[in-house]
Write a new protein. Structure first.
Length: 157
């Protein structure tokens, strides 16, 4: 049975030597996805989808896990600015537990405070090309979550 982790070294210790990771930025309305290459050196923002029922979301996530041959999941944990966990964090942990149980993959809960600011800064500085006006950018936030977890510098995609 897979587990839910808050600690990167413990998460990494249960992963195989190679195999990609899938990151998820889960908001109330959307799921943003980003992934790594099998060596976990490159991060790619993938897509954003509208959320539906939990079971539909789990099936969509499972499809992306299979498509990417992911060996682990990094899920954004929306902590309060003081580091405490509010209702959104409780919801994220519930999703993380369901993913670990149903997909039998390790799930790392990654602090996602300030990821939206990091995405906006990257657009403003020209490191990333801004998508069309009003297009969702949740997959870019997922890429930041994944980079933060793996301590990688995103630079540009």
């Amino acid at each position: 049975m897979a587990e839910l982790f808050d600690d990167l070294p413990a998460f990494i210790s249960v992963l195989p030597q190679s195999g990609g990771l899938l990151a998820i930025d889960a908001s109330k309305r959307r799921l943003g996805f980003a992934g790594t290459d099998p060596r976990r050196l490159l991060i790619t923002p993938l897509s954003t989808m509208q959320r539906r029922r939990l079971q539909d979301d789990l099936e969509a996530i499972q499809a992306r896990v299979v498509e990417r041959a992911a060996v682990g999941i990094v899920l954004g944990l929306p902590l309060n600015m003081d580091g405490s966990e509010g209702p959104m964090a409780v919801t994220a942990r519930y999703l993380g537990n369901r993913l670990a149980l149903e997909l039998a993959l390790p799930v790392l809960m990654q602090d996602e405070r300030l990821t939206s600011f990091a995405v906006e800064d990257a657009f403003a500085e020209g490191r990333w090309r801004r998508p069309k006006r009003d297009a969702p950018v949740d997959h870019y936030a997922a890429a930041v979550i994944l980079a933060d977890a793996l301590k990688l510098d995103l630079g540009g995609f």
